[in-house]
Design a protein around this ligand. Structure first.
Ligand code: 5RP
Length: 285
């Protein structure tokens, strides 16, 4: 692996504990102004310092993320369909490598739709994207999309993740399922778990915990953070599992404590106010 590629991956999957917390805000690329993400700038601002990387489209990165941030960007480069269109799986690559470089992307993200009408197109696009991105040392994160007609079980997700890895994806994003360990075992690259639809906070923390226990390097969570009544408390609780090794009870207690304390007064120069449970483990000797 070239230095640049390794360096970019280490911005996303933190080398001190091999874990990743990605905040997903790319939903508008096919959903439009998703509930509670109508104003991305407002949503992103208080959360940016608590995630390791932000999954975003170029339009939202340019309009709604301060260029002064040191949070790495995972740039979604696929699209072309909408929630009211004919077929969600009809995606193509919509962003050039040159533009991704201008945006200082740490990784490129695209979806594959295994088992769908446009399976061939999306898998070939993944292979081509990996070839192009590797020329510049940029890793590719493949998203194994699931739809109404696509499964979310171990067999389907193992198939989709493995196909993504075989095409050269450096990281795969997929869903949690029963026997998730088997999905991880048959995928030779790191797996990050997507949050999915909004569920109660404790359940989302359980999902985070189970994913990590099952072998995922982390989560890429969107709706379960910014659709929560308390997005900052929620991302900090998720972080305490991903990087602080909290269990579900500890993380949920932490969430409730943060909620009861209410928002802190703004102090622009302040670094993230991490508690012990959010802090990374010391590097292994
Ligand atoms: C949308 C995506 C999202 O980034 C992914 O689903 C994570 O967000 P959420 O936790 O809301 O599911 O890839 O296509």
């Amino acid at each position: 692996m070239d230095w640049g590629l390794k360096n970019r991956i280490s911005q996303i999957i933190k080398p001190y504990d091999n874990r990743a917390l990605m905040l997903a805000v790319d939903h508008g690329y096919f959903l439009g102004p998703t509930e509670k993400l109508e104003n991305p700038k407002k949503v992103i601002a208080p959360l940016l310092k608590y995630c390791d990387s932000l999954m975003v489209t170029r339009g939202i990165q340019r309009t709604s993320v301060p260029a002064t941030t040191d949070t790495p960007m995972v740039l979604r480069v696929s699209g072309g369909s909408s929630i009211i269109g004919e077929d969600l799986s009809q995606e193509d690559i919509t962003v050039s490598i040159q533009d991704a470089i201008r945006l200082n992307a740490s990784a490129l993200a695209m979806s594959i739709f295994v088992g769908s009408k446009y399976e061939h197109q999306t898998i070939v696009n993944l292979g081509k994207l990996v070839s192009k991105a590797e020329r510049y040392g940029i890793p590719v994160l493949a998203v194994t999309a699931v739809g109404k007609e696509l499964g979310k079980d171990e067999r389907y997700l193992s198939l989709a993740c493995r196909i993504a890895a075989e095409q050269g994806a450096h990281i795969v994003k997929t869903y949690y399922c029963d026997n998730f360990e088997k999905v991880v075992q048959s995928c030779p690259v790191p797996i990050i778990v997507a949050g999915g639809k909004k569920i109660p906070e404790r359940d989302a923390l359980q999902l985070t915990y189970d994913s990590i226990k099952g072998g995922a390097v982390g989560v890429d969570m969107g709706r379960n953070i910014w659709q929560s009544e308390h997005p900052v408390a929620m991302i900090r609780a998720v972080r305490s599992i991903v990087h602080g090794n909290s269990n579900v009870d500890q993380a949920y207690d932490f969430y409730k404590k943060l909620v009861s304390e209410g928002p802190k007064k703004k102090n622009k120069s302040e670094k993230p106010n991490q508690t012990k449970s959010e802090k990374p483990n010391p590097p292994k000797k």
